[in-house]
Design a protein around this ligand. Structure first.
Ligand SMILES: CCCCC/C=C/C(=O)SCCNC(=O)CCNC(=O)[C@H](O)C(C)(C)COP(=O)(O)OP(=O)(O)OC[C@H]1O[C@@H](n2cnc3c(N)ncnc32)[C@H](O)[C@@H]1OP(=O)(O)O
Length: 386
């Protein structure tokens, strides 16, 4: 069974074997017809039901067709197969007939809740921007880069990292005066997409970690080098790399609903986005340690008091107030703003690139640690959240 498909989301990674297995089964029994109908319905679902549900479907399918889990437990690094094994094994000695019935019931509930959904899938207008994971617009002198995976809390998958770099490079050359990064939906961003860890290349986890470090270094480098005023409009909670990068922005406006959380130790990881350098400078070494080492989550007000956030607005008026202000900023002479940013930031650039390189190298090692692997497995098998 192929568990890793190049350039596929984790959702496909898990759903594919389920569908393939379904197609291979031909044995007929009394309620086999309903079961087969349900298998076909799964393939027709228009909206992705999410990994948790797909693991449930997988486990029920296996239990219904093969009985209790009889496979050896996959290794800790084999994330997808381990999550699937855990789900199947958790069904214990559930009888085959019950599993089959539960599978049919689950598919039926999914069909009614997902098929009838009139909610427009976010990103449907992506053809107008050419991006899969972003909405990029340019008007009133402002290029707005909006993270657009709201159903995933705007988690940054590999494609999004590349698209943000592309959008920043384009914005640095377009005729807008300022550039804004914000999020679509209730989150600003939940940080690195933890399913990025599941697509292991032929060179194994070492190659995966090396590629991740190269990508991260290039990604953060784009923020260090960005030449125009760069403003974050933090519309909701921010996690991980979406928080650390804020130290490289020129202004950060936040809704009072936003929170700022960098749970690196909880994830067996270490700081990135130059935060090991910018945060102690912005908020003092001790306050930076509380955030980056102990994972203390800050409210928007606290982040403002620490200097990470420029100003906080009530959520009810956030968008109106912030965009009015940004439109006024965007009318200022663009060359003067660019030159002033340069004089404020340029003497730090070399240092920031060196910090970025060091952080990426340390993280490369962290990604290979048991602490990190276990945290990712726990999230993917839904044993833990932040
Ligand atoms: C290569 C460069 C690497 C750079 C290094 C970066 C490091 C970091 O950014 S570390 C921070 C990583 N982020 C996290 O650990 C957050 C993990 N997510 C959560 O703990 C929770 O999802 C939450 C607290 C952010 C939100 O909880 P809740 O409101 O209960 O919503 P759900 O958990 O149901 O989430 C909805 C949907 O979104 C998926 N999702 C959310 N965050 C992530 C994520 N970071 N990675 C992958 N997927 C994420 C979640 O799985 C749900 O999906 P479905 O189950 O398919 O509905």
């Amino acid at each position: 069974m192929a568990y890793h498909l190049p350039n596929c989301s984790s959702l496909q990674v898990i759903s594919f074997p389920v569908v393939q297995l379904h197609l291979n089964r031909t044995a007929m029994r009394a309620s086999q017809k309903d079961f087969e109908n349900a298998m076909n319905q799964v393939k027709l679902l228009k909206k992705d039901p999410g990994n948790e549900v797909k693991l449930k479907l997988y486990s029920l399918y296996k239990q219904a067709t093969e009985g209790p889990c009889n496979m050896p437990k996959p290794g800790v690094f084999d994330l997808i197969n381990k999550a699937k094994w855990d789900a199947w094994n958790a069904l214990g000695s559930l009888p085959k007939e019950t599993a089959r019935q539960n599978y049919v019931d689950l598919v039926s509930s999914l069909s009614s809740s997902l098929e009838s959904s009139s909610q427009v899938e976010p990103g449907t207008d992506r053809k107008s921007t050419g991006y899969e994971t972003l909405m990029v617009t340019s008007e009133d002198g402002i290029t707005k880069i909006m993270l657009n995976r709201p159903t995933k809390k705007n988690a940054l998958n590999v494609e999004m990292y590349h698209e943000i770099m592309h959008a920043l490079k384009a914005a640095s050359k377009d005729d807008s005066a300022i550039t804004v990064l914000t999020g679509n939906g209730d989150y600003y961003s939940s940080g690195n997409d933890l399913t990025n860890f599941t697509d292991i290349p032929p060179g194994g986890v070492e190659e995966k970690a090396k590629n991740g470090a190269i990508l991260l270094r290039e990604f953060v480098g784009c923020f260090i080098d960005f030449p125009k005023p760069l403003i974050a409009v933090v519309n909701g909670p921010a996690v991980g790399i979406s928080v650390t990068l804020l130290g490289l922005f020129d202004a950060v406006y936040a809704s009072d609903r936003a929170t700022f959380h960098t749970p690196f130790s909880h994830l067996g990881q270490s700081p990135e986005g130059c935060s090991s350098y910018t945060f102690p400078k912005i908020m003092s070494p001790a306050k930076a340690t509380e955030m980056l080492v102990f994972g203390k989550k800050l409210t928007a007000g606290e982040a403002c008091a620490q200097g990470l956030v420029t100003e906080v607005f009530p959520d009810s008026t956030f968008q109106k107030e912030v965009w009015t202000r940004l439109k006024a900023f965007a009318k200022l002479p663009p060359n003067a703003m660019r030159i002033s940013k340069e004089i404020i930031r340029n003497r730090e650039k070399e240092k920031l690139h060196a910090v970025n390189a060091e952080e990426c190298s340390v993280l490369q090692g962290r990604w290979l640690s048991d602490e990190c692997m276990n945290a990712v497995v726990n999230f993917l098998s839904r044993k833990s959240k932040l």
